[in-house]
Write a protein that binds this ligand. Structure first.
Ligand code: DUC
Ligand code: ZN
Ligand code: ZN
Length: 466
């Protein structure tokens, strides 16, 4: 035995129990009460929660945002921050250049991360044109270990028209690839952006007005209608409104294999943040919504209408976020390091809130994304045979967020000054302690690329359907 995490309360997506966790060769070897040789390295987790390492299924590291602005995190700083927040696997993106083969772009993107990643990483592949998603390309993507494509209905160069969306869904269903979708209707957004710019309405709050709730709902409903015929596994990234969530929940009840993700910022802030003096810091897309929508998202998480929390981590320097017209601000905020702590604090530990049980927290931050994206049961699970990706959490500690103390490249944080309950003390990745009490110990390049087989493989192997 290489390491024992002893005396902790193990939290899985379905249960909580007192157990020791024995780790050997990077894998969970035993769970429960077992003997081990004296002198075995051990961490005493008494009074702590021991949970599966977080899987952040939606991050943008080393990417380029609007107006060519580079993100504040590359693979090294972003995954260092991930480790400090309890995240042991991230799923980033590959965006093929015009005319480039998706599989070729994927191989290059993987190499870009190779020498830098502190935690394990996988990739989704953006498909900006139906014609490029041939059966052969789909097979090559699967051979690269990529089992999900990312589609958009907005953003020049990425937005797909209705027929293309349908054709890609059909192809994805045929080969078993999962479809992730950013659902906002581009025509509506572009129209309002132009109108507001022409009228000199430049303040951050117009960002929200330019991307109204019905633009999200229209794109969600259209995608659901197309997928009712195409039959792909469909995943809506960053769902923000009650209306969109209700449409997705209805489609699930009608039998579609469709999942919803939301992000911490949509659960913690409402649109009023955009009206503050530094409202530009809160510009992301879709935009922050009304308080009623926040309440619906929390209820949706508890009721299992939302299955995944991921960050859409896409931070930019403060100087690019404030003092500009909203249409020149790069979209995105950072939360790769705070994600789990935010959800623990506001979802589980906040007095009177108790929106989520600890097991539901494990499900939405780890087990469910592992299941949906083909990582389970190797990841997202605390059981013998799984990778020893786990976190030790002290539920009694509190912290106040200071951007200067975070481990990534962002020079500010929309969570600055927020006091959070609970704290990740230790992060273990494949049996190695990569973060401990404030210090990142994992080195760049130790993170491994994770190949993901087609979605649903765990069911074929006898796993429990979600
Ligand atoms: N919205 C996106 O769609 N991508 C990255 C950041 C953002 O705010
Ligand atoms: Zn998006
Ligand atoms: Zn995104």
């Amino acid at each position: 035995m290489d390491l024992v995490v002893k005396n902790g309360t193990v939290v899985t997506a379905t249960e909580m129990f007192q157990a020791d966790v024995g780790i050997e060769d990077g894998v969970v070897a035993c769970l429960g009460q077992f003997d081990y040789p004296s002198g075995t390295p051990a961490i005493d987790a008494a009074g702590r929660l021991v949970m599966p390492g977080v899987i952040d299924a939606h991050v943008h590291l080393e990417d380029v945002g609007d107006n060519g602005t580079p993100t504040a995190d590359d693979f090294a700083s972003g995954t260092r921050a991930a480790a400090a927040g309890g995240t042991t696997t991230v799923i980033d993106f590959v965006s093929p250049a015009p005319g480039q083969s998706p599989a070729e772009a994927a191989a290059l993107r993987r190499r870009q991360a190779e020498s830098k990643a502190v935690v394990d990483y996988a990739l989704h592949c953006c498909i900006p044109e139906a014609a490029r998603f041939t059966a052969e390309e789909a097979a090559r993507l699967l051979a690269e270990g990529i089992s999900s494509v990312k589609l958009f209905t907005v953003y020049a160069g990425l937005a797909l028209d209705t027929l293309s969306l349908y054709q890609i869904m059909l192809r994805a269903a045929e080969v078993g690839l999962t479809v992730s979708l950013h659902a906002e209707t581009g025509e509506i957004v572009e129209h309002y952006r132009r109108e507001f710019a022409a009228a000199g309405q430049k303040d951050p709050e117009y960002h929200a007005w330019s991307r109204p709730w019905f633009a999200e709902l229209e794109a969600v409903q259209r995608a659901l209608a197309l997928n009712a015929a195409a039959g792909a596994r469909l995943y809506f990234v960053h769902v923000t409104t009650r209306a969109a969530l209700e449409a997705i929940a209805r489609a699930r009840r009608e039998g579609q294999d469709v999942w919803a993700e939301t992000c911490p910022h949509y659960l913690l802030f409402n649109e009023s943040a955009l009206r503050g003096p530094d409202g530009g810091r809160y510009i992301m897309s879709p935009p922050l919504r009304r308080a009623e929508d926040l309440a619906a998202l929390w209820s949706g998480l508890a009721a299992e209408d939302i299955q995944v929390v991921a960050t859409d981590h896409c931070p930019f320097p403060l100087a690019t976020k404030v003092g500009r017209p909203f249409y020149e601000v790069p979209n995105g905020v950072g939360s790769i390091e705070l994600n789990f702590n935010l959800m623990l604090s506001e979802g589980v530990l906040a007095p009177g809130a108790a929106r989520l049980t600890p097991s539901r927290l494990a499900a939405v931050t780890s087990t469910n994304p592992a299941r949906f994206f083909g990582l389970y049961p190797k990841k997202g699970h605390l059981a013998p045979g799984a990778d020893a990706d786990l976190i030790i959490v002290d539920p009694l500690k509190t912290r106040t967020v200071r951007a200067a103390e975070l481990h990534g490249g962002e020079d500010h944080s929309i969570y600055e000054g927020l006091t959070l309950r609970g704290m990740v003390e230790t992060t273990i990745s494949r049996g190695e302690v990569i973060y401990d009490h404030g210090r990142v110990l994992g080195t760049p390049g130790r993170g491994r690329y994770v190949r993901r087989p087609v979605a649903g493989w765990d069911r074929a192997a006898g796993g429990t359907p979600v």
